[in-house]
Write a protein that binds this ligand. Structure first.
Ligand SMILES: Cc1cc2nc3c(=O)[nH]c(=O)nc-3n(C[C@H](O)[C@H](O)[C@H](O)COP(=O)(O)OP(=O)(O)OC[C@H]3O[C@@H](n4cnc5c(N)ncnc54)[C@H](O)[C@@H]3O)c2cc1C
Length: 381
């Protein structure tokens, strides 16, 4: 994964969005509209949309490079990263009519598809346990239920929704009977959809969404009814790899900040970075970041070669999230009291990167996936 030209262009774009920009938004929990607008205009968010639909048609490695550089510049791609990969489900499983209708508009930046409604309050990590239903009624489906943590829904025109179209029948897989829909959020808001923002420890426009018998045209069903879980799964490897790349970017930012500060800060008449107690944790964080990056590269290589990459995508996400969390912790320690001062941005980035221990899949679920599917150990749940 190189893409040096793209990396340099992203870094240049990010220069217009310094720490002060993000701090102000963070205080207000406001959406980085100007940043997302700039990324959209640059075409970076359409990197993965094929040229036939107006996008750049680049491989996943290019998207990973874009997101890594955004984070390494101290910005936060979580405000829009889903715009890159949510459309993958539509691209792979949607009808030609759906693709023609939505993808060129997304590529042009006229329409945003960056909300992804899977998680529910009572299902948690157990996606098969979702209870939001889509009931067929003539030429439409009627959606009823509740989603939680549907990020960016207030800043998206469309949402990809997972709902149950039939109960999981006896003897069938629990994941059978789930279907994917494209929901026009503007339409739906007129007919029973409510969006409630959730304030979190970081500035992450996330929400809870209620569906009170919301009608969705039957033509908005993606692929075949009942096959939705498979469609969602097919997009998860891309999501995990891209989020891993973001964590690598975060780790690079923390390490860069720490090394600069450790060289400059003089206590007891010498730079704190001269003390092994300060330099070793930074060096270790660097080594762990580089090791995690190798796994990200390996997951990308397999993904781009269309080889199975589930374990690598999961390991990349876990190792990179661990590397960024470690580097964040080291950055706070290196900065002493200033690590806690808003003006240094360390505490903000620390809060932001902490999310990736939990979302989009928590570390424990990755470990149990590896234990069961790679190591052949008994399923633990
Ligand atoms: C800011 C934010 C944004 C998000 N954005 C989205 C989004 O846009 N769309 C969306 O659909 N979802 C989104 N999510 C949801 C996210 O994917 C879930 O939070 C995550 O999958 C974990 O689910 P949960 O919160 O229900 O935790 P739970 O499933 O309740 O788990 C709680 C804890 O228990 C552990 N645990 C659970 N079961 C086991 C087990 N069998 N073995 C060992 N440990 C276990 C978990 O690892 C976790 O640490 C977001 C979440 C957050 C916080």
């Amino acid at each position: 994964m190189m893409h040096e030209d793209i990396r340099a262009a992203v870094a240049r774009l990010c220069e217009a969005f310094p720490g002060s920009y993000w701090r102000e938004l963070d205080r207000e929990r406001a959406y980085p509209a100007a940043f997302v607008e700039a990324l959209t205009r640059s075409g970076f968010l359409a990197a993965l949309i094929p040229q036939a639909y107006g996008g750049a048609g680049l491989p996943l490695g290019a998207a990973a490079a874009i997101l890594e550089e955004i984070q390494a510049a101290g910005c936060n791609g979580a405000s829009c990263h889903a715009q890159m990969y949510v459309m993958g489900t539509l691209l792979r499983h949607g009808s030609e009519h759906q693709k023609q209708r939505y993808l060129p508009a997304i590529a042009q930046g006229a329409v945003r598809l960056q909300a992804f409604g899977v998680t529910e309050p009572d299902s948690g990590s157990d996606t098969a346990a979702i209870t939001t239903t889509a009931r067929r009624e003539g030429d439409r489906y009627i959606i009823r239920g509740r989603k939680i943590w549907t990020s960016r829904a207030e800043h998206s025109d469309l949402m990809l929704l997972l709902a149950r179209t039939s109960p999981a029948a006896e003897g069938m897989k629990r994941t059978a009977g789930l279907s994917v829909f494209i929901v026009d959020l503007h339409e739906a808001k007129q007919h029973g959809l409510t969006i409630d923002p959730i304030r979190t420890m970081m500035n992450h426009a996330t929400t809870s969404i209620g569906f009170d018998d919301v009608p969705v045209p039957a033509e908005n069903l993606v692929g075949a009814e009942g096959e939705g879980f498979r469609y969602i799964l097919s997009g998860m490897n891309a999501e995990r790899i891209l989020i891993a790349a973001e964590c690598i970017g975060d780790a690079r930012w923390f390490i860069a900040k720490s090394t600069v500060y450790a060289r400059e800060r003089v206590v007891f008449g010498r730079p704190i970075g001269q003390n092994q107690g300060i330099q070793f944790p930074i060096a270790r964080a660097y080594a762990n970041m580089r090791a995690a990056r190798l796994m990200v590269d390996e997951a990308l290589r397999r993904f781009e070669a269309e080889e199975p990459c589930g374990p690598e995508a999961n390991m990349a996400k876990m190792l990179a999230a661990d590397a960024s969390a470690e580097a964040g912790n080291v950055a706070i320690q290196t900065h002493g009291g200033f690590g806690f001062a808003e003006d240094f941005d360390i505490e903000r980035k620390f809060r932001e990167t902490r999310l990736y221990q939990v979302a989009p899949v928590s570390t424990n679920l990755i470990l149990s996936h590896l234990a069961e599917h790679v190591l052949g150990l008994p399923r633990s749940y």
